[in-house]
Ligand binder design. Structure first.
Ligand code: NAD
Ligand code: IPM
Ligand code: MN
Length: 347
């Protein structure tokens, strides 16, 4: 059956890297004789420009009626003072679709191990997943901004914590069965509930182990001993920060994909990075984050494991052959890298 995919290129490099992913999906349609119905919709700054809203109604409706959503990136200086910023569109979309579980895998392709700023022996064989809670916490609590006082409320319900911890254990079960729950339980009430709930949910998974780490020390361990981790589960804000930190292990944000799932309904796949205004429009962005997000979509939404692997290994082969974008010290452009992946897929 035809899969309905909504593509939201967004802003900045979002458009450039979406173009790469769509070219790869076109090739997959031919190779696997599969039909994707891919429709593009305005979102983020592009939504503000064309519809006056970062999450236009027609965009949300199309996403709700889709089988999966691919998102490039949103935001940029042009809209930083807008009454409703592009980022609000992204948070609104995550909330409207109930995308509470954001999966951010971290591994280091062999071809770039030597490029990591960390010691080679520490990054070799790193393979962990950050499971970030995505629809609660300080992002969505009441906000007040007065002239000389401001506040952001951080709230978590037990149910919200239970479902994300369960998700982490379900993923750990398919891997090395170790969950590291990251919180700030020495200070925050939400973290105390988080830790207590994680302990309770762990009882449902006797085949797995649970450890707790405070977020400050977890940030340090991530750089000194990243191999210690299997599945990290954490709240919205900590997950945002720790996953950008984790991108330092392979050496570039430009390689990092993600998947966001709800309890039922379409999932959304997006790079973890932003619209990179500093390099937008120059054909130098690394499109791997977007291509690998598309591969995650094929695997996790459509069950196309072999095809996902085919795309991932094509990216690896291309990098092994020395075709690298600027963020990794190479000089291949976005289109050139994508051309090389397409050539590899066809070989
Ligand atoms: P950013 O992630 O856009 O960029 C951080 C750094 O990483 C920049 O130097 C950039 O050039 C580099 N980089 C990012 N992706 C790259 C790629 N694919 N290839 C090569 N280099 C890459 O973060 P920022 O500059 O702090 O934010 C820019 C805008 O993006 C802001 O408006 C922010 O709110 C937004 N943002 C959006 C998302 C999203 O759409 N999911 C995520 C993060 C930030
Ligand atoms: C991300 C981004 C977003 C977030 C912003 C743009 C709202 O940084 O997807 O990681 O903080 O969740
Ligand atoms: Mn982020």
């Amino acid at each position: 059956m035809t899969k309905r995919i909504i593509a939201l290129p967004g802003d900045g490099i979002g458009k450039e890297i979406m173009d790469s992913a769509l070219r790869i999906l076109s090739e997959i349609m031919v190779q696997d004789s599969i039909d994707f119905d891919i429709q593009e919709y305005p979102f983020g700054g592009a939504g503000i420009d064309s519809e006056g809203d970062p999450l236009p109604e027609k965009t949300l409706k199309a996403c709700q009626e889709s089988d999966a959503i691919l998102l490039g990136a949103i935001g940029g200086p042009k809209w930083d003072q807008a009454p409703k910023r592009p980022e609000q569109g992204l948070l609104g979309l995550r909330k409207a679709l109930g995308l509470f579980a954001n999966i951010r895998p971290i591994s280091v392709p062999k071809a770039v191990i030597h490029l990591s700023p960390l010691k080679e022996e520490n990054v070799k064989d790193v393979d962990f997943i950050v499971v970030r809670e995505l629809t609660g916490g300080i992002y969505f609590g009441e906000k007040r901004l007065d002239e000389d006082q401001a506040s952001d409320l951080c709230t978590y319900t037990k149910t919200e914590i239970q479902r994300i911890i369960r998700k982490a254990f379900e993923i750990a079960r398919t891997r090395n069965k170790k969950v590291t729950s990251v919180d700030k339980a020495n200070v925050l009430a939400t973290s105390k509930l988080w830790r207590q709930t994680a302990d309770e949910v762990a009882q449902e998974f006797p085949d797995c182990t649970l450890e707790h780490q405070l977020v400050d020390s977890a940030a340090m361990v991530m750089i000194t001993r990243p191999k210690d981790f299997d599945v990290i589960v954490t709240e919205n804000l900590f997950g945002d920060i720790l996953s950008d930190e984790a991108s330092v292990i392979p050496g570039s944000l430009g390689m990092m994909p993600s998947a966001s799932h709800s309890e039922s309904g379409p999932s959304l796949y997006e790079p973890i990075h932003g619209s990179a205004p500093d390099i937008a429009g120059q054909d130098i962005a690394n499109p791997m984050s977007m291509i690998l997000s598309a591969a995650m979509m094929l695997r996790q939404s459509f069950g196309m494991e072999e095809t996902a692997q085919k795309i991932e290994s094509a990216c690896d082969q291309v990098m092994n052959a020395g075709v690298l974008t600027k963020d990794l010290g190479g000089n291949a452009g976005t289109r050139e890298f994508t051309d090389a992946v397409l050539k590899e897929l066809r070989s």
